[in-house]
Design a protein around this ligand. Structure first.
Ligand SMILES: C[S@@+](CC[C@H](N)C(=O)[O-])C[C@H]1O[C@@H](n2cnc3c(N)ncnc32)[C@H](O)[C@@H]1O
Length: 322
């Protein structure tokens, strides 16, 4: 085994994923993967702190231009006086992507077709996905475009016979849990959220800004803590306001295998005794027990009450319904 093998594969995979969406991050990812000095710097970070998007966002937070050449990143990391490392240690990848709502809404509608819904998001980051009723949607289907609600609309390509809703949900309550809730009224938190968006993705940055505006008008109730500890009490609180729908996206991957199993058992238990419905949108393989028979090369799998219903693009651009 070569030194830094794990970091080399992590940064190579990230560079390949960034591809055309972010030529800058593709260059930075391949740059780190082939640079023994920078690999040593990254490898000295603990576990999850080695994540490319976290390291790159922290470097940008301290002024490294992006888009910009790999040399800028290299110079900043190797000359770091401890500030970039401190940001990496203090922050984490809390990317909050409202675009995912275009893929989540059909699952929400399947779980709670009518009446007020009490929306509880675990791993909510800043809670930007708690406002599905304040966006419009444009789903491109084989039968042509299907729109719902006002502009701006979240766009999504739909393959298969997804149960696309014809009305916006009636949200009776919205709340979230996060280990470190970000605040839409804190400029540093909002700046951090922007830096988690890849440099060339102007459309995502624009969507993020709109999502922050929506949330600022009516900031969400976010509880700080581990979802495994806080979930039961918050489900009980939400129940007075409508049918409770617990959901999460891009969260379970951050849990240990044992905690994922606890999370799954807890939610399946709450579903079985009809305390709530459950929508999960997580990377394929995170909950292998809930897998559909033939997972394609899509990044996320969508399940409703523990049953696989579709596959989604990680940022919400596409939905394949099973
Ligand atoms: C990548 S972000 C996703 C945010 C949001 N769900 C979305 O789709 O835009 C993952 C979030 O999960 C939170 N998180 C990770 N483990 C958690 C846990 N055990 N309990 C609560 N929140 C957790 C992180 O703090 C982070 O804000």
């Amino acid at each position: 085994m070569e030194p830094y093998d794990g970091v080399v594969s992590q940064y190579t995979a990230f560079a390949e994923e960034a591809g055309d969406a972010s030529p800058c991050f593709a260059e930075w990812g391949f740059g780190v993967a082939g640079d023994p000095e920078v690999l040593a710097w990254v490898d000295a970070l603990p576990g999850l702190k080695k994540q490319p998007n976290l390291v790159f966002a922290a470097a940008r937070f301290h002024g490294v231009p992006a888009p910009g050449p790999y040399a800028g990143l290299r110079e900043a990391l190797l000359g770091d006086d401890g500030s970039i490392r401190a940001t990496i240690m203090a922050r984490s990848t809390q990317t909050n992507e409202a675009g995912r709502l275009a893929t989540l809404l059909p699952a929400f509608a399947l779980a709670v077709p009518a009446g007020p819904v009490a929306l509880l998001e675990v791993g909510a980051s800043a809670g930007l996905n708690l406002y599905p009723d304040r966006w419009g949607y444009e789903w491109s289907t084989s039968a042509g475009p299907r729109t719902l609600g006002p502009e701006p609309r979240l766009g999504c390509l739909v393959v298969g016979d997804a149960p696309l809703p014809t009305t916006l949900p009636e949200v009776g309550w919205r709340g979230g849990i996060d280990l470190n809730p970000l605040s839409v009224t804190d400029p540093d938190d909002v700046a951090w959220l922007e830096l988690l968006v890849w440099p060339e993705e102007d459309d995502r940055r624009e969507r993020l800004r709109h999502a922050v505006e929506i949330a600022r008008r009516d900031p969400p109730r976010l509880v700080r803590g581990n979802l495994l500890d806080e979930l039961p009490a918050l489900v009980a609180e939400a129940a007075s306001y409508g049918e409770v729908l617990v959901f999460h996206s891009a969260v379970a991957a951050y849990l240990t295998t044992e905690d994922r199993a606890r999370m799954r058992e807890m939610l399946l238990g709450l579903v079985a005794d009809r305390t709530c419905h459950w929508v999960s949108n997580e990377a394929v393989g995170v909950f292998p027990e809930l897998a559909a028979p033939e997972p394609p090369s899509w990044r996320f799998q969508l399940t409703v009450d523990g049953t696989a219903v579709g596959f989604t693009h990680g940022h919400g651009h596409e939905l394949t319904w099973l």
